[in-house]
Design a protein around this ligand. Structure first.
Ligand code: ADP
Length: 593
């Protein structure tokens, strides 16, 4: 209440007006009262003078006398006035306040001069006789025996002043009391008017500050009551709307969170830009694919963070023409191949675009591997087939009759057929392990059993090449999580290579060790070895260090590729160490069962 500006403004003005009005009215009233008091006194003087006229008009005394004096004194006392009789010459005949003999001539007294002239005279002045301020009233008499005489009535002005004073005091006290009452009533009425306004203001402020949607408790029938009722219904409506908005906001934020989770979990990159190419959203995959280091690229133009020409070009075309665009690009630093599609975002005339990125590096690599594979297979098949064809033709063209060479031709045809057979077997193995890797069931397999079986199978060949073939395994059973067929293929291929690429008198040893959680199997030979520059590629399909030699020894170039594939299916590791001219060691590590 005391802080209400509207209250103090209205009350201030009201108080000011009231004070002004009361002061004006008080002054007018006080003035009026003063005049009334003075008039009353004058009337009294006049009435007394008229009474004396009746007494002395006919019989005006000749000279002062004791009896006259006493009569004047008793009359004066009754009226509370001073009575004086003065003759035409100004000599005082009688006076209720002094002995006439002591008094000077009154001829020049202003009230007497006026009465001489007009019949009556009035004056307020200090009495030279009594030395006090007095009000005088004189009337002229025309007695029978004398030419003229005057009756003068006077009253002490201090009496008038005291009456005026008490009248004025009454006026001012009443006006002060009235003002006070007016102000108190004004205060009360204003309070009743301002309090609801204040309450409404407080409630409106609370709404503006967004803290709450309060209701005001004002039950009046006037306009303020109507306003309060409207305010309450507005507040209820607002609360309802706010609740709805909050629900919508929660739903939107849940949706956008879901969307963000989905987008960030995607392996495809997604970037949304506005019509000025400023990034609105970018998921982690997009940053990774576009090789953007900065974490927060939202709000920045895309060309500032990803300076990739083809992307820029497609994006500009899409934004300009509104058509979808696609292209494939290579990221300079990572060398990754990324396919991107750009579509216009739906919305107003120029809303921006959505860029979807996909890492196709592996796809491209696989495509190229497939292409190479097909050409390699064709080549590998063509060579023995051509040889078989040529030798068959030679035999048919008379070679059959050539007893010296026909057997040799047939043997070479058989050799090439064996090569073809080996090649096809390897291809079949490869395709089998590639076709159903998911259905492969890993079971505990005793490594040593498989190893011994494989070594036994290669022993004859090794002996025929004069190679020493040893095995060095611990006594423990050494169980691995694998597949018996795959494990056999692995050891077969490794032993086959060791035998193939070792010279007579060489030494091959197979070592198995129990390395904590893993089992490590090494196939070592001291044969030809592999030059350093070829070591990285020998696991590729059809890769051979020395093509002619490999072919001579019946290699297909698929052995190590098949080995690597099986090891990967067993979740194992493979490594190759070799020194050209000194030997090779191929080691595999498999999980213990
Ligand atoms: P291949 O059937 O020709 O032996 P692999 O895939 O088994 O094919 O081997 C690829 C190439 O790696 C071989 O051509 C050979 O040159 C080389 N290589 C593999 N094992 C050995 C080894 N133990 N010693 C020397 N060279 C080897």
């Amino acid at each position: 209440m005391f802080a209400s500006r509207i209250f103090w403004r209205i009350f201030g003005w009201y108080a000011l007006l009231t004070m002004g009005l009361v002061l004006t009215l008080g002054s007018i009233l006080a003035d009026r009262m003063e005049r009334t008091v003075v008039d009353t006194f004058r009337q009294r003087l006049h009435d007394t003078a008229e009474a004396l006229r009746d007494s002395y008009e006919a019989d005006f005394p000749e000279a002062p006398g004791r009896e006259l004096q006493e009569r004047l004194e008793s009359l004066a006392e009754r009226n509370q006035t001073r009575l004086t009789l003065v003759d035409d010459a100004g000599t005082v005949i009688g006076d209720s306040a002094r002995a006439p003999a002591e008094m000077e001539n009154h001829r020049e007294r202003p009230e007497l001069l006026m009465a001489r002239k007009n019949g009556d005279g009035y004056a307020r002045r200090k009495s030279p006789t009594l030395g006090i301020p007095m009000m005088y009233y004189a009337i002229r008499l025309t007695p029978a025996k004398r030419s003229r005489g005057f009756v003068r009535i006077a009253v002490d002005t201090s009496k008038i002043d005291s009456e005026v004073h008490s009248a004025k005091r009454l006026v001012w006290t009443s006006t002060a009391a009235i003002s006070f009452i007016i102000l108190v009533v004004t205060w009360g009425v204003l309070r009743r008017i301002v309090r609801p306004i204040e309450e409404l203001t407080r409630a409106a402020r609370a709404i503006t500050a967004g803290r709450q949607t309060p209701r005001v408790d004002i039950t009046r029938r006037d306009e303020l009551g109507v306003l309060a009722a409207s305010f309450n219904s507005m507040s209820t409506e607002l609360a309802h709307r706010i609740e709805e908005l909050q629900k919508q906001r929660l739903a939107i934020s849940a949706n956008s969170q879901l969307l963000e989770t989905v987008l960030s979990a995607m392996t495809e990159g997604v970037v949304a830009v506005d019509s000025n190419q400023v990034v609105l959203f970018a998921n982690g995959a997009a940053r990774r694919l576009l090789d953007i280091d900065a974490h927060d690229i939202v709000g920045k133009p895309i060309w500032e963070t990803a300076r990739i020409g083809p992307l820029q070009q497609v994006l500009e075309e899409t934004l300009r023409d509104g058509t979808a665009g696609r292209c494939s690009l290579e990221i300079p630093r990572t060398k990754a191949t990324v396919a991107l599609g750009v579509v216009c975002l739906s919305g107003n005339s120029s809303p921006g675009a959505l860029i979807v990125l996909e890492d196709v590096t592996e796809l491209r690599r696989l495509e190229s591997v497939r292409r190479d594979f097909v050409s390699n297979v064709s080549h590998e098949l063509k060579t023995p087939l051509t040889a078989i064809q040529a030798m068959s033709e030679t035999l048919l063209d008379g070679g059959l009759e050539d007893d010296q060479h026909n057997r040799d031709f047939v043997e070479r045809i058989s050799e090439q057929a064996d090569r073809l057979h080996a090649l096809i077997l390897d291809l079949l193995r490869l395709s089998r392990i590639e076709a159903e890797p998911d259905q492969l069931e890993l079971t505990p397999v005793r490594v040593i059993d498989v190893l011994r079986r494989c070594i036994d199978e290669h022993r004859d060949t090794a002996n025929s090449k004069n190679l020493q073939l040893d095995i060095d395994v611990p006594d423990a059973p050494l169980m691995v999580l694998a597949n018996s067929e795959g494990l056999t293929t692995i050891f077969d291929n490794l032993l086959d290579n060791a035998v193939k690429y070792s010279s007579a008198g060489g030494h091959i040893v197979v070592v198995a060790t129990n390395d904590g959680e893993k089992i490590r199997i090494e196939v070592r030979d001291n044969g030809l070895g592999i030059p350093l520059e070829h070591q990285r590629r020998v696991f590729e399909r059809f890769y051979r260090v020395d093509r002619a030699r490999s072919r001579d020894v019946g290699g297909t170039g698929l052995g190590l590729a098949i080995v690597k594939h099986w090891v990967q299916l067993f979740d194992g590791e493979i490594e190759l160490q070799s020194e050209f001219g000194h030997g090779t060691e191929v080691a595999i590590e498999l999980a213990k069962a």
